[in-house]
Design a protein around this ligand. Structure first.
Ligand SMILES: Cc1ncc(COP(=O)(O)O)c(C=O)c1O
Length: 389
């Protein structure tokens, strides 16, 4: 009997970094058995620190005090209010809690936002290099991702001019920007964000702004697209700045006309975000000091990489923010996957090949994540020097 096949929409790409991680973990286990030097993990874009203490304490209190129940589909009112307060405290912006939607990480936010804004067959401009899940989520949803290449002429930031050119070549329905960016770490200056917001408004395009790395800027000034457009759809998360990846809680800020469509989708797709994570996340905003202390670790790691990588013939793109160094490897290799595998096997360092982020130029780059601890970063640079030097 013929068995039914999986859908075509599920035939999306895997994350190469997950393959690197699996291989790195296997080598790490072997090193433990043989007593050899372990593997240093610079491949995963994940904070090495736990969630702030007030978050963990709030979760314990909630667990001990009773029911873990469904919440409103748009999120716990107390959390939506707290996020609204964050916009006032951090950006000086007034954002009504009614426009805030709590989501399952920013990943869940993308799915809700794309479904609410765009129909099957719509076209959205996304930055290249870029976070690979954008392309893959869009493909699964039947929305066309139009890659907009960024290069040295704009310091690898997406520009209003590039959006305009892509739209003129074949009309878009939406644009997705991200700053600070993954994998590059590049920040779009406030004037650039303003130009993109104004261009999208003039062309009648939805603007989605992925602001998940906000708070993690070391050079330059970060600006929310909300400062320039009430119509922008903002995607953010507790995962990075607040070190809460596994809690799976993020948020959207959306214009009023998207609130009810998103509520209907959220009710039906997942009912709500886990209560425990939501109640705990309210307390994240009492922990800016802990988040800033973690950021200070990243800043020290960044300084180490900033000094070592160019000297090793691995010049990074501008390391403005997030916790990534995206380095040109062309002095050493023209195959980023092979280079990453060699670095793993010969130097014991796990890094991510650029091909994950950019299918045309990605062979020229690898990404180092510096979200881990300082001693690992220092040891990785020693190993890299011995390996390449
Ligand atoms: C640019 C960017 N957006 C979104 C995400 C998804 O994060 P989460 O779903 O944990 O909020 C990531 C994760 O690495 C990312 O780098």
């Amino acid at each position: 009997m013929n068995k039914p096949s999986p859908s075509r929409r599920s035939g999306i790409s895997a994350f190469l970094v997950m393959d690197v991680l699996a291989e790195a973990k296997a080598l790490g286990r072997k090193a433990v058995e043989t007593g050899g030097p372990g593997i240093i993990h610079l491949e995963i874009g994940e904070p090495g620190t736990p969630a702030p203490r007030p978050v963990r304490e709030a979760a314990i209190r909630a667990l001990e005090s009773g029911r873990i129940a469904y919440t409103e589909a748009l999120g716990l009112p107390a959390l939506r209010e707290a996020i609204s307060g964050h916009y006032k405290a951090h950006y000086g912006l007034d954002v009504a809690a009614s426009r805030i939607v709590v989501t399952t990480g920013s990943s869940g936010g993308f799915i809700l936002a794309f479904l609410a804004m765009l129909d099957h067959g719509a076209r959205i401009g996304i930055p290249s290099p870029g976070y690979p899940a954008y392309r893959n989520i869009l493909q699964a949803l039947g929305i066309e991702a139009v890659e907009i290449a960024t290069g040295p002429e704009t310091r690898y930031a997406m520009s209003a001019a590039a959006i305009e050119a892509a739209h003129a070549a074949k009309p878009l329905d939406a644009v997705l920007m991200m700053s600070p960016a993954n994998p590059t770490g590049v920040l779009t200056a406030p004037v650039g964000v303003k130009a993109i917001a104004e261009t999208c408004a003039r062309l009648g395009l939805w603007l989605v702004s992925d602001e998940i790395y906000h708070g993690l800027t070391y050079e330059g000034e970060e600006a929310s697209a909300l400062a320039f457009s009430d119509d922008a759809v903002i995607v953010n998360s507790f995962s990075k700045y607040f070190s809460m990846t596994g809690w799976r809680v993020g948020w959207l800020v959306v214009p009023e006309r998207l609130v009810r469509p998103i509520e209907r989708l959220a009710q039906n797709l997942a009912i709500c975000v886990p209560y425990l994570s939501q109640i705990a996340a309210v307390s994240a905003f009492d922990a800016y000091d802990e988040a800033e202390a973690t950021k200070a670790i990243y800043a020290r790691n960044r300084a180490v990489l900033h000094e070592c990588l160019p000297a090793l013939g691995l010049p990074p793109l501008p390391m403005d923010g997030a916790f990534y160094a995206y380095c040109d490897i062309s002095r050493h290799s023209n195959d980023s996957l092979a280079f990453a595998k060699k670095a793993l096997h010969e130097a014991g360092i796990a890094i991510t090949p650029g091909l994950d982020f950019d299918r045309s130029e990605g062979n020229r780059f690898v990404r180092f994540s510096y979200a881990g601890n300082e001693s690992d970063v220092v040891e990785a640079m020693k190993r890299l020097k011995a390996w390449l030097g």
